[in-house]
Every structure is written in structure tokens, then in C-alpha cells.
Design a protein around this ligand. Structure first.
Ligand code: AMP
Ligand code: MG
Length: 488
């Protein structure tokens, strides 16, 4: 008997009306087999350390035990600023929700499970390379401390998948507190299904924001506004985190925005290597709509699209007032993160000038973003040159460092205390694109050992891991110009 059978399983989404989804069975693949399994995450659900044959059976014969009720969610969304009503789970299926040992519910979503009514021109599959990237990055993000979807395990098959070339197909078990996106709300708004819109909001509140539920028979409208306020806050915090950690999402379409403000839908993302504020990680993003420094503004654009979808439930003027809090919250959270990255506990007026100058110098000198902050965090036991050598213009870097160190003297902690706390927020190890690429190259040859090794490193991003020093180095020249597109 499978351990899955003994888990608390909920079908709360399947219990919604038919307009929310279509029930779909997975399409079998040839010879599915496990290539990685997230044992620590599995343990938090009481699942075993090794993966379960259950999923291999499901994808071998397409038969699903009755404690799962697979379905494809219906949603819509703005893609690159253009509304697309025809979206939905085109290659992923929601099997139900399971509870972890603390009683928190997580959707079980199988990505790459086959065709659905929302597949449009697609084949319902996911390729190995993009599945590996999502697996690695969601686990890396979680370890960095960002709210994110998770990856429980990955299977591959012998079913070929056709992209620009023939590739190996893969299946990802994604766990997330929700798979409800901004685009779910947009779907019901634009199709005029406003009762369903209200029901969706009620369910999001009941499942995810129970603290907002009114205790008496008070009118619902303030609750919907409170829900929106919470989404705004969480989205602002998520994007502040991205900006502080140098993460570019790549496809911030509204169908890729979680209603819980969690990093979601890992496609052509990248962590910055050299600091370039205008960096575009998605090779298909010709206009740079989702460039690194555009992300805060796009967050507001997306929240404005969500606000529009909520107008049947909440007064427009009230939504606009809440929208205005977005930038304030993002800036507050971003400067909090930046101050902690710099080891500054007190807030001083001159700090913004110090930061502006730092970013200007980093951009002019194309300084490695992660290495800069980590080396700044190591000045308790390493010389200033470890920082200045990252800059072409070393004199300018020295001048800035002197200002910075003078500013640090105004703090009450010792150098050791400051650097120690900085090392807890400035990662040594991030998922650089070239590291992911090396793992993918090996995996495409059937070797998944490098994947496991990289995962081990990324699970402790703030620790010194002397055995894995090479993973913290700057990328080789080839590794800085990898082209990652939407093709996945
Ligand atoms: P994404 O760019 O991954 O966020 O996907 C955008 C939309 O296209 C979603 O509705 C996906 O379900 C759908 N989609 C992406 N890739 C495929 C595929 N290979 N087959 C079917 N649908 C897909
Ligand atoms: Mg998507």
C-alpha cells in the first residue's frame, strides 16, 4: 500500500463548480522512472525517503487511484501585457491537496502530465532541462528564505518531446499552498461570471486568509478589500526579495502570479551574475518588459489588473487606495533587506546616497552581485582587496568602501557581529545559470549525480561549504551569455 493513501487528502478545489476546471486523466508516458526525490520535503509530510512506485504506475498506465481526482484548472491572464482568455493548466494537473505534519495544506500538481482542454497548440509535456531548472530554483529559493512553490520529485520518461530539437520528457511533482493565480480572477471577471468570482474570493479567504473572515454577519466587501490588501503586501514583499537577492523572474505574466505572493512558475529566470539593472533573462522578451529593474513596476501593473478583476466585489476607489500602498511597502521591505545586507541596523538619511553610489559603481564595473555582498560580509577576516578586486576602477571602489566603513562605525555592533549577521543574509551560493546548465548537460547524458550535489550546496546557501568552494565562483565566460527562452 502506498503511503500517499494514508495522507490526509483534500479535494477542496474539485468540490468547486465545473466552471473552475475540467477533470482530466494523465496521459501515460513510456517507461517513467524517478531521477530525483526531495527526501527532506517528503519527510515533512510523513512520506518515505525514497520515491513511491505509485506515481510510476499512474504514468505507466494512466490509471489513477480514487483518492486522487486529477483536474486542469481554468484561468486566463495578461501575457506580455495582452489579455489571453484561453489559458489554463495546459500541461499540469492538480491531483488534490495533502496536509503536512503541521496540518498545512499543499496542492499536489503534476507538471508535464499530458494534454488538457487548455493545451492550445502545446503537447502537454515538459522537457527535462526546464524541469530541472524549476526543481533547482524552487528549492534554492526556499533555502534563501523566499516564499515559493516547492519540488517534491522528478520523473523522466522515454517519450520524446519535440521543441527546437527532440528532448527527453520529464514530470515534476510541484507542491504549493495554492495554484490559484491572478489569472483565475481575471477569467471570471472578463467572462462576466461574477458569482464564481465571488466564490473564488470566498475560497481564497477561507483557505488562505482565515484571519480575515468576519466574525459576525458584517458585509463581505471589507473582507474582499482586506484580501486584496494582503495580496498587495505579499506581492510587494516577494518582489522586494527578488530585487535584493538579484533574482529576475523572466515571465511576470498575470497567470504566473500566485495569489499568495509566492514565487511561482520558474521559466527563463536568472539570478544576476554581473550587476546590470537592465538585465533581461528571457531571450524571448524582446522589449525588456520583464527586465530586472522593471519588476517592481510590473508587480504594480499586475496588481492593477487583479484590482480591475475585483471591481464587481469591491469599490474601485477603495482598491485604488490599497494599490497605492504597494510601492511604499515594496520600498520599505527592500530597504530593510538592503540595510541588513549591508549590516546597518540604524536608518540614516545619508544611507540612500551610499546605496545609490554602490549600485552605480557595481553597474559601471559589472561587479558580480552575489560575490560583492558576500565579500563585504567577510571583512572581519579578509582584506579589503577581496572586495576592490571585483571592480575595474579600484580607486573608486576603495573610496566607496571607506565611506561605507565609516558609516558602519556609527553602529553599535562589532565588526565580527556585523559580518556574522551579514553572512546570514548574503548567500555564498546561488543558482547561477551556468551551474544549472552543467547539471542539465550531465542529466541529458543520464547522469543525475551533479543535480544531487548542486541541490546539497543550494540547500545551505549561507553556510561556508569548503568542499564546494568552486560553486561560489564567478561564471566562466560561456556561462554569462546563456540564452534561456520561454521554450520549455
Ligand atoms: P507558461 O509560459 O509556462 O506560464 O505557460 C503559459 C500557458 O501555456 C499556460 O496556460 C500553460 O499551461 C500553457 N503551456 C505551456 N507549455 C505548454 C505545453 N507544452 N503544452 C500545453 N500547454 C502549455
Ligand atoms: Mg505559467
Amino acid at each position: 500500500m502506498s503511503l500517499w493513501q494514508q495522507l490526509p487528502i483534500s479535494h477542496r478545489y474539485a468540490e468547486l463548480p465545473q466552471s473552475f476546471y475540467t477533470r482530466v486523466m494523465p496521459t501515460p508516458v513510456d517507461n517513467p522512472h524517478w531521477v530525483t526525490w526531495n527526501a527532506p520535503l517528503a519527510a515533512s509530510f510523513g512520506l518515505s525517503e525514497t520515491p513511491d512506485d505509485l506515481w510510476l504506475q499512474i504514468f505507466s498506465d494512466g490509471e489513477v487511484p480514487d483518492y486522487f481526482q486529477p483536474l486542469a484548472m481554468k484561468y486566463a491572464g495578461h501575457q506580455f501585457g495582452v489579455y489571453n482568455p484561453a489559458l489554463g493548466d495546459g500541461r499540469g494537473l492538480l491531483f488534490g491537496a495533502i496536509a503536512d505534519q503541521q496540518g498545512r495544506w499543499f496542492d499536489v500538481h503534476l507538471k508535464g502530465a499530458g494534454l488538457t482542454p487548455y493545451s492550445r497548440m502545446g503537447d502537454g509535456r515538459a522537457v527535462l532541462r526546464s524541469t530541472i531548472r524549476e526543481y533547482l530554483c524552487s528549492e534554492a529559493m526556499a533555502a534563501l528564505g523566499n516564499q515559493t512553490t516547492r519540488a517534491l520529485g522528478m520523473m523522466v520518461s522515454d517519450t520524446p518531446v519535440y521543441r527546437e530539437r527532440v528532448e527527453q520528457g520529464a514530470l515534476l511533482i510541484r507542491l504549493a499552498e495554492t495554484h490559484i493565480r491572478f489569472g483565475h480572477f481575471e477569467h471570471f471577471f472578463y467572462t462576466g461570471q461574477h458569482d464564481d468570482l465571488r466564490l473564488l474570493a470566498d475560497k481564497v479567504i477561507a483557505w488562505h486568509f482565515p484571519e480575515l473572515e468576519p466574525s459576525s454577519e458584517s458585509p463581505r466587501e471589507p473582507v474582499y478589500l482586506a484580501m486584496f490588501r494582503e495580496v498587495v503586501k505579499r506581492t510587494a514583499e516577494m518582489i522586494a526579495f527578488w530585487q535584493a537577492y538579484g533574482f529576475a523572474h523572466g515571465v511576470m505574466n498575470t497567470d504566473n502570479m500566485s495569489i499568495l505572493g509566492q514565487t511561482f512558475d520558474y521559466g527563463p529566470f536568472a539570478f544576476l551574475d554581473d550587476y546590470d539593472p537592465h538585465f533581461i533573462c528571457n531571450h524571448s522578451d524582446y522589449q525588456g518588459r520583464y527586465a530586472f529593474d522593471m519588476q517592481p513596476g510590473i508587480g504594480l501593473w499586475n496588481l492593477t489588473a487583479l484590482a480591475k478583476a475585483l471591481t464587481p466585489l469591491v469599490d474601485k476607489a477603495e482598491l485604488e487606495v490599497v494599490l497605492q500602498t504597494y510601492s511604499v511597502q515594496l520600498n520599505l521591505e527592500y530597504s530593510r533587506l538592503l540595510r541588513s545586507k549591508l549590516g546597518l541596523q540604524q536608518r540614516r538619511d545619508e544611507d540612500s546616497q551610499l546605496c545609490d553610489e554602490m549600485f552605480r559603481l557595481m553597474a559601471d564595473n559589472r561587479v558580480d552581485y552575489t560575490l560583492f555582498f558576500r565579500r563585504l560580509s567577510s571583512l572581519d577576516h579578509q582584506p579589503l582587496e577581496t572586495v576592490t578586486t571585483l571592480f575595474e576602477n579600484q580607486d573608486a571602489a576603495k573610496q566607496w568602501l571607506q565611506q561605507y566603513l565609516a558609516r558602519c562605525e556609527q553602529e553599535s555592533d562589532t565588526v565580527e557581529q556585523r559580518c556574522q549577521s551579514m553572512r546570514q543574509v548574503n548567500p555564498k551560493y546561488i543558482l547561477r545559470n551556468y551551474l544549472a546548465q552543467q547539471v542539465i548537460d550531465a542529466a541529458e547524458q543520464g547522469d543525475f549525480q551533479p543535480l544531487e550535489q548542486l541541490l546539497t550546496v543550494l540547500r545551505a546557501p549561507y553556510d561556508e561549504q569548503p568542499m564546494y568552494e568552486s560553486y561560489a565562483e564567478q561564471p566562466p565566460a560561456w556561462g554569462k551569455c546563456l540564452e534561456i527562452s520561454c521554450s520549455s
